[in-house]
Design a binder for this molecule. Structure first.
Ligand code: NAD
Length: 258
């Protein structure tokens, strides 16, 4: 099957499916300028994420994250969604996508307008005190760190603030079980920009009826996919939008047939 036939097949599967879920990873955001972990410009080459972003390191030596890791997350705040995020949001409005499950913490699906987003690895909009749970905005957290408070602590109880994202070794939020249920009930799961090396998220492809993978490079579930598209996410979703529009299945952001 050539590239055009693959996009056409994906459009068929989307139209036939009564419930479609999209599972995204760091690869969907590289075209927004955010490096993934394992690509050539990946974060892996700058720090050892398994150490700097590990929950054990954070519990025993929280200053490591605040000195070596926090500034790497700054770029995630200023990034803008790319074509893939926008088309996925439009597909939800057109009724062709039910929900997005993301491993990303960059918030770009919401910025693009996606409404139902499971953020399985949390987000970096806020941090919480590990002792009393009080929340602080990311800007508030940055202000404390810039003022030299490392690690930043809650004024009264003196607990350390931890970003509201999942560190290596943390458990996933309870919504993971809702995701498992939704994926098992779905007709189609689209995996976009993920190597599927991170557990337990990589359990989800095994639950769906039909699996499609859009990823540059191998993933752990390639053998389970009914269709694998080895191409950039942005160009793939732009082409998919074009095909669905030609067939009259796709609506513009204003809610009219485009
Ligand atoms: P990963 O780095 O393991 O895999 C990303 C995959 O996407 C790679 O196979 C890469 O070749 C592919 N890819 C890169 N750019 C692409 C593009 N434009 N189109 C299609 N494919 C592309 O990422 P993962 O599976 O998400 O696992 C890494 C973990 O790191 C996750 O837990 C995630 O939370 C975290 N992370 C998040 C961000 C973010 O929030 N943007 C960034 C880095 C890491």
């Amino acid at each position: 099957m050539d590239a055009v036939e693959k996009i056409s097949r994906l459009a068929d599967l989307m139209v036939e499916s009564k419930k479609t879920m999209v599972l995204t990873g760091a690869g969907i955001s590289t075209e927004s300028g955010i490096p993934d972990f394992r690509g050539p410009n990946g974060l892996w080459n700058k720090v050892d994420p398994m150490f700097v972003f590990s929950s054990d390191t954070f519990i025993y030596r929280p200053e490591i994250f605040y000195q070596k890791g926090m500034h790497l997350l700054g770029a995630l705040h200023t990034a803008s969604p790319n074509a893939a995020h926008h088309v996925i949001a439009d597909l939800e409005k057109a009724g062709l996508v039910d929900a997005v499950i993301t491993q990303n913490i960059d918030g770009l699906h919401q910025k693009a307008g996606s409404r139902r987003v499971y953020e399985l690895h949390g987000h970096i909009r806020s941090a919480s005190c590990m002792k009393c749970g009080q929340m602080i905005s990311w800007e508030g957290l940055e202000g404390m760190v810039q003022a030299g408070q490392i690690p930043p602590r809650h004024g009264q109880c003196r607990g350390v603030y931890k970003p509201d994202c999942v560190f290596f070794g943390d458990s996933l939020p309870p919504e993971f079980y809702d995701c498992c249920q939704e994926v098992s009930q779905s007709g189609l799961l689209l995996v976009v920009g993920s190597s599927l090396e991170v557990s337990p998220v990589n359990y989800l492809p095994g639950l769906c009826k039909n699996l499609v993978i859009i990823n540059m490079g191998e993933t752990m579930a390639d053998h389970q996919a009914v269709l694998k598209i080895e191409a950039m996410a942005g160009e793939t979703f732009t082409a998919l939008a074009g095909v669905l529009r030609e067939r009259g299945h796709f609506y513009s952001r204003a809610g009219q047939l485009a």
